[in-house]
Design a protein around this ligand. Sequence first.
Ligand code: ADP
Ligand code: MG
Ligand code: MG
Length: 252
Amino acid sequence: GSTLEIKNLHVSIEDKEILKGVDLTIKGGEFHAVMGPNGTGKSTLASAIMGHPKYEITEGSVLLDGEDVLEMEVDERARAGLFLAMQYPSEISGVTTSDFLRSSINARRGEGNEISLMNFIKEMDSALDYLDIDKNMAQRYLNEGFSGGEKKRNEILQLLLLKPEIAILDEIDSGLDIDALKIVSKGINRLRDENFGCLIITHYQRLLNYITPDKVHVMMQGRVVKSGGPELAKRLEAEGYEWIKEELGIED
Ligand code: ADP
Ligand code: MG
Ligand code: MG
């Protein structure tokens, strides 16, 4: 398995500092949850790691198996085995889901090692089945006209087919009804093995009833302020975030 190390990460957007020194290490085989109130920088963390141009890293490092991720081009990050499911996946007009998936798989596998069309179709059909996704979706343009739930299922479809080393899933549970939530969780749990590490960003504890994290981290005001086991998520569900602010003397 791979290891993603985030060390003292500071990130600014338009000269405003959003992340103020984040430390997190995710190893293959581990599921980590990052929770926290809205606006505390959870999505900023995900976008900065994946190399979104708007996010300026002013200090700190991100290493994948010791390699500097921040020095890599965005497509190199994917090739190295990083995967990001965004909170708001974008629509890609003119590119079908199936074409997008196939070229993503091939980008990850590298030149000379492309997946055959037959094997691709076989793998895609089996993943579509597993996730209970209508086969027609593969021929529609990526995310165009997809409902919120379809977009999230599609992210999990990508995850199953790309088999990344480390995945960062930003609010993969938002807007899902209970059936979709179960399917999305089933997909993520299917990947659980020593060669897969996952950072699950979520505002609510609900998803963690289906995916048991090894570690739970609370982010506030651009920092990880508290870490614990699954019981920490349960307490947040019951009591909210106020007690942490009081305990740590954090002002709004
Ligand atoms: P979370 O995901 O925890 O809700 P975000 O990372 O989305 O938080 O946002 C953290 C802070 O950064 C917020 O104050 C938000 O307004 C600001 N921010 C995030 N993205 C942008 C952006 N693209 N441009 C300007 N400000 C942003
Ligand atoms: Mg967010
Ligand atoms: Mg994606």
